[in-house]
Design a protein around this ligand. Structure first.
Ligand SMILES: Cc1cc2nc3c(=O)[nH]c(=O)nc-3n(C[C@H](O)[C@H](O)[C@H](O)COP(=O)(O)OP(=O)(O)OC[C@H]3O[C@@H](n4cnc5c(N)ncnc54)[C@H](O)[C@@H]3O)c2cc1C
Length: 287
């Protein structure tokens, strides 16, 4: 039955929460992120993750951001995308993280920027997970991406699930989903995973609604559907950002509530380096 996960309900204290940041480009952005992190740290997440630009474009900034999080006493999980990278590139990055005592990685393929030459030794995230395990054994806890509404390049839902299973079999410990606003997509996906014998925790990725234009752009790129009822209502707010955000807050809080009430093992928030909306969602959920 969709809406009720075919897994043991989670005890509140066993749930895991995490927050995702992107590495800022400027000192001002870094200062803003520091404030957001301090605020979000009070909510007691297991870790903060930091994105990694495809082809290594944010390599140094990702490392810098991760080290700052770690130095503040929080667990940091760098994302690592493998597209366009050689085995040596990835080996060097893994060694760097290991030297700094980082124990957690979010392993991804990455997206090929349009017009860019690809090359590189890796085609899929499963190959990266396999490589990390070969090179570093169990040093890293590895999270991978999952797609309740299916990855935009997947030829079918079944093929995408098989490919997700490859990442799990290669040694992923857990997964974080692409964001979605249709709870049933997650529930059905969990049912499929259970039927396929996939037992790792799969954390719903939560995208707060800050800005309709930006959200539409992201969603078109990553294949996360904004359902018609939601899209039309958001569109109606036009420039009235305050009302859009208030409505978005209701929608996203309700979505999180449904996920947790139905047995989701926790939540991963795409923060866009902002703390305010997420702190409000947190309070409303009584977490
Ligand atoms: C939680 C999360 C965090 C992210 N963070 C970042 C980030 O920091 N940096 C970044 O650049 N991007 C990031 N992304 C975006 C991600 O890189 C893209 O969604 C990318 O298109 C796919 O990455 P993946 O790791 O899921 O790829 P994969 O798991 O490799 O899948 C990609 C496609 O290939 C197919 N596939 C997989 N294996 C095979 C196979 N053996 N044969 C045929 N087809 C196969 C899959 O079905 C899918 O369609 C993130 C996404 C999520 C959900």
């Amino acid at each position: 039955m969709p809406g009720v996960l075919a897994v043991k309900p989670m005890n509140k204290q066993d749930r895991i929460y995490s927050f995702e940041f992107f590495p800022p480009k400027t000192q001002e952005g870094m200062a803003k992120l520091r404030e957001a992190r301090k605020q979000l740290a009070q909510l007691g997440p297991k870790f903060f993750s930091v994105t990694f630009g495809a082809g290594g474009s944010t390599r140094d900034r990702t490392l810098e951001t991760v080290l700052e999080i770690q130095a503040a006493g929080n667990e940091a999980a760098p994302h690592l995308s493998c597209i366009s990278s050689s085995r040596d590139d990835i080996r060097t990055i893994l060694a760097q993280y290991k030297t700094h005592g980082i124990r957690h990685i979010v392993a991804l393929r990455g997206d090929i920027p349009s017009g860019a030459v690809t090359g590189g030794d890796f085609h899929y995230a499963s190959e990266l997970v396999e490589f990390i395990r070969q090179e570093t054994g169990d040093w890293f806890e590895i999270e991978v991406a999952a797609y309740p509404e299916f990855h935009p390049e997947a030829p079918s839902a079944r093929a995408d699930l098989d490919n997700f299973k490859r990442k799990v079999n290669a040694g992923a410990n857990a997964a974080i989903t692409q964001y979605f606003y249709n709870a049933d997509a997650y529930f059905r996906f969990m049912e499929d995973c259970n039927a396929a014998g996939i037992t790792i925790p799969i954390y719903p990725g939560v995208m707060p609604i800050y800005n309709f234009t930006q959200l539409s752009r992201f969603s078109a790129m990553c294949g996360a559907e904004i359902p018609r009822w939601l899209r039309l209502r958001l569109q109606d707010y036009g420039d009235d950002l305050a009302s859009l955000r208030a409505f978005g807050l209701d929608v996203v809080t309700e979505l999180c509530d449904r996920m947790l009430a139905s047995g989701a093992p926790g939540l991963h928030f795409y923060t866009l380096n902002q703390a305010g909306t997420i702190s409000t969602i947190w309070q409303r959920l009584g977490l």
